[in-house]
Design a protein around this ligand. Structure first.
Ligand code: PXL
Length: 283
C-alpha cells in the first residue's frame, strides 16, 4: 500500500493528538492510537481523558481525569509542539466533552479551525461495557459531533446517536444524513451492515455526495481496537494534509492490514496490530 511520508523535513515527524482513554490491556484506546500513529510515522501526543481497568475479557472499571486537566493537556501540547490533526475517543462524561469542545474551539481544532478533528464517538467496549455515561449522549450529539471534520461511529454508536438501525444500504444512507444533520463536515457509516456480503462497504457522506468505499471483509475474533485504529489512521493522513476521502481510503487499507496481523492475546479478544508495518521493511 501507499504509506504516509515520514518526516517531511527529514528530521521532525508530523504530529497528531489523541484525546481518549487508556486501555491497560494495550489493545484499544490511547494505546491503539499511539501505536497506529507511531507506525504511520506520526509523532503521537496524548491527552488522557480516562483510565480504564481492562484486559482481553472486558472493562471492569474506569477513572475519569478531571475535565480541566484534560483540557490543559490539549492546550499545552498545541501551544508548544503544534499538531496537524486531532482525534477524540473515549471521553466518558458530559463534563469532559464540554471541556474538550471548549479547548478545541479555543486552539483551532475542529471543522471550522485550522486543525482537522476526527471524532470517534466511543460509547462501549466490544464486550458491551459502558465507556460513556448515558447522560453524556446529548453532549456527544450536540457539543462534540458538530465540531468534527469527520465522525466515525460504529453501528451500535449510530443507533445510540441517531436512533437508526442500519440493516441495508437505504438505512445506512438515512443514518449518514442524520449524522450530517448534527453538524460534522463528513460522516462515515462503517460497513458492518451487510453481514452476508463478502465486501465491507463504508459509506462516507458530506451532505451532498455519498462515497461508497468497499473493502474485502475479513472476519477475525481478534479485532479489539479496530475502530480506534481506523480513526487514528484517518487522523494521521489528515495531519499530512490528505483530503477526507483520501484519508479514509488510506485508513481503510491500513486497518485491513492491521486486521490481517491481529493476534491471540489473553483469554478474550486479541488486538488488531500495526506491527505488520515493521515486517514490510524486511521484505
Ligand atoms: O475501541 C473503543 C475503545 C476506545 N477506548 C478505550 C477502550 C475501547 C474499547 O474497549 O477501552 C479506552
Amino acid at each position: 500500500m501507499q504509506l504516509l511520508p515520514l518526516a517531511p523535513d527529514g528530521v521532525t515527524p508530523v504530529r497528531a493528538l489523541t484525546i481518549a482513554g487508556t486501555d491497560s490491556g494495550g489493545g484499544a484506546g490511547i494505546q491503539a492510537d499511539s501505536r497506529t500513529m507511531a507506525l504511520c510515522g506520526v509523532h503521537a501526543c496524548v491527552a488522557v481523558a480516562a483510565v480504564t481497568v481492562q484486559n482481553t475479557l472486558g472493562v471492569s472499571g474506569f477513572h475519569e481525569i478531571p475535565p480541566q486537566i484534560v483540557a490543559d493537556q490539549v492546550r499545552t501540547v498545541v501551544g508548544d509542539i503544534g499538531i496537524g490533526a486531532a482525534k477524540t475517543g473515549m471521553l466518558a462524561s458530559t463534563a469532559i466533552i464540554e471541556a474538550v469542545a471548549g479547548v478545541c474551539r479555543e486552539v483551532g481544532i475542529g471543522r471550522d479551525g485550522d486543525i482537522p478533528l476526527v471524532v470517534d464517538p466511543v460509547a462501549a467496549s466490544m464486550h458491551g461495557d459502558a465507556l460513556l455515561h448515558a447522560e453524556a449522549l446529548d453532549a456527544v450529539r450536540h457539543t462534540l459531533i458538530p465540531l468534527a471534520t469527520v465522525v466515525t461511529p460504529n453501528l451500535d454508536e449510530v443507533r445510540l446517536i441517531t436512533g437508526i438501525d442500519v440493516v441495508d444500504d437505504a438505512s445506512a444512507r438515512k443514518a449518514a444524513e442524520a449524522l450530517i444533520a448534527l453538524g460534522p463536515r463528513w460522516a462515515i457509516v462503517k460497513g458492518g451492515h451487510l453481514r452476508t456480503s463478502e465486501q465491507s462497504t463504508d459509506l462516507l457522506f458530506d451532505g451532498e455526495v455519498f462515497h461508497e468505499l468497499p473493502a474485502r471483509r475479513l472476519s477475525t475474533g481478534n479485532d479489539h481496537g479496530g475502530g480506534d485504529t481506523l480513526a487514528a489512521a484517518i487522523c494521521c493522513a489528515l495531519a499530512h494534509g490528505y483530503s477526507v476521502p483520501d484519508a479514509v481510503a488510506f485508513a481503510k487499507e491500513w486497518t485491513f492490514h492491521c486486521l490481517e496481523a491481529s493476534y491471540d492475546l489473553g483469554a478474550g479478544h486479541g488486538p488488531v496490530s500495526p506491527l505488520w508495518r515493521l515486517h514490510l521493511d524486511r521484505k
